[in-house]
Design a protein around this ligand. Structure first.
Ligand code: 4AD
Ligand code: MG
Length: 430
């Protein structure tokens, strides 16, 4: 048995091969049946002549349906007319399962395709999407292993909110209630006291009512936390990581990027360093240079970030947001406590926020004050507060939305097309 991709080469020409997979296309013209077979590696054209088969056999070969599963044996020959340059002359076959008709045809509504996502994931487009996702997840982990980080796992059922009550999912729990995690951050902060540098990849849940092109209610969150690291140090780590992740896709997924019609030249430009702009300066520039109606205090949501990021072709770090814009744990800038030592990394081509991170408050009194100001229940945060009592150290970390990065790298219109089984306010099936 061979991969279809490996059959499409000069080395295979003249040889007998057996391939298996799913019927991608099939048609027949009386005495000849043309079959395009697909597997995870690619597609190949095959041709069966009636004289080589019994009438019953040829009847099966000339009435194949899309997405039936089968095995084909035959001899490979170079043929410039075949869609992939090589063709298999069929001498034998086996059917695993023949379906009556496949529900997906051309020009179906977006909603219908989402209802049958479990079948749509087989499309060549979606196969390409998932291969690129796989590269991104691997590249993220590889980068941190190479830089001395440990991978850790944290709970998904929690009772301490990291990102505020508005987007918490509540779940019944033996007569009580827990929440689904919004971020692993607080657990990672606990773990740096033993491992110093940690990362994790897991789902995060947000009861987002906003129906934007970049919000999921369940998304894949890649997070790191490191002791002794400041906001500037962290941004250096991130820009190297981002270059590594994007260039891994450029190198490993040429075919997939081509199939998706992605402009690779734009991705090749994603190299460190990235520009750093203070929030206040960005608002000024938005007004003065780009005529946007922004001022100090403007909240940057999906629309605002799209307007800003159409002016850049590389990601940009936006730093020093006003305290009120960010969660309580961000460390106020000692030089100007009205702003925090944080950053968002905004992706170009209008994509906007893909990372949020920065320095954490590590002094006990400052954290207690911020918890009070944010009107949070101190008891819920007892363990987070404890971390500031027993050998507290300066530290920083960030969270990266892997689906958002995937969406940007692939140049997709909607985040739902960057994940196989999207969860949104309106969708929990399939
Ligand atoms: O900016 P956020 O809310 O930051 C945190 O959760 C921090 N506690 C992370 C940390 O420092 N460890 O989320 C981080 C990233 C965002 O930049 C975005 O890329 C992604 O998570 N994200 C979402 N992706 C898809 N759908 C959503 N609803 C998302 N919400 C956040
Ligand atoms: Mg954020």
């Amino acid at each position: 048995m061979q991969d279809i991709a490996s059959v499409l080469s000069k080395d295979s020409a003249g040889k007998e091969v057996t391939v298996r997979g799913w019927v991608y296309r099939a048609r027949s013209s009386g005495k000849i049946a043309f079959i395009v077979l697909r597997d995870s590696s690619g597609v190949v054209q095959a041709v069966a002549h009636s004289e080589n088969f019994t009438p019953e056999e040829f009847n099966i070969l000339s009435s194949l349906t899309i997405e039936s599963s089968m095995e084909l044996t035959g001899t490979v020959r170079e043929d410039s007319r075949a869609i992939t340059g090589y063709e298999v002359g069929v001498s034998g076959f086996r059917i695993y399962q023949r379906n009556e008709s496949f529900p997906i045809t051309k020009d179906q509504s977006e909603d219908f395709l989402l209802d049958i996502r479990h079948l749509w994931v087989r499309s060549r487009e979606f196969t390409a999407v998932m291969k690129i996702r796989s590269t991104l997840f691997k590249a993220f982990a590889d980068f941190y292993y190479q830089n001395g980080y440990y991978q850790v796992q944290t709970p998904f059922m929690v009772s301490t909110a990291a990102e505020g009550g508005a987007t918490l999912f509540k779940v019944p729990f033996f007569g009580d209630e827990v929440s689904l995690t919004q971020s692993a951050q607080f657990y990672l902060e606990s773990l740096i006291f033993s491992l110093e540098k940690v990362f994790t990849i897991g789902p995060s849940f947000r009861a987002e009512k906003s129906r934007t092109r970049r919000h999921l209610t369940e998304y894949w969150h890649a997070e790191i936390e490191a002791a002794w690291l400041g906001n500037d140090d962290l941004m250096e780590v991130e820009e190297r990581m981002m270059e590594y992740m994007v260039q891994a896709v450029v190198e490993n997924n040429k075919e997939e990027l081509k199939l998706l019609g992605r402009d690779v030249e734009k991705l090749k430009k994603i190299k460190a360093p990235f520009e750093r702009i203070r929030y206040g300066d960005l608002m000024k520039r938005a007004r003065e240079d780009w005529g946007l109606d922004f001022e100090y205090g403007t909240d940057l949501g999906a629309d605002e970030e799209r307007a800003l990021m159409s002016h850049f072709d590389k990601p940009v770090f936006v730093t020093h947001y006003p305290v009120e814009h960010k969660s309580f744990y961000h460390r106020p800038d000692p030089e100007n406590p009205k702003e925090v030592l944080c950053h968002d990394l905004l992706a170009p081509e209008g994509y906007g926020e893909v990372i949020g991170g920065g320095e954490r408050i590590w002094e006990l009194d400052v954290l207690e004050k911020r918890i009070e100001e944010a009107k949070l229940n101190r008891d819920d945060y007892y363990w987070y507060i404890d971390l500031r009592k027993y050998g507290s150290v300066p530290h920083s970390g960030f969270g990266l939305g892997l689906d958002r990065v995937a969406m940007w790298v692939m140049g997709l219109e909607n985040i739902k097309d960057a994940i196989p089984f999207p969860r949104t306010i309106r969708r929990t099936r399939p």
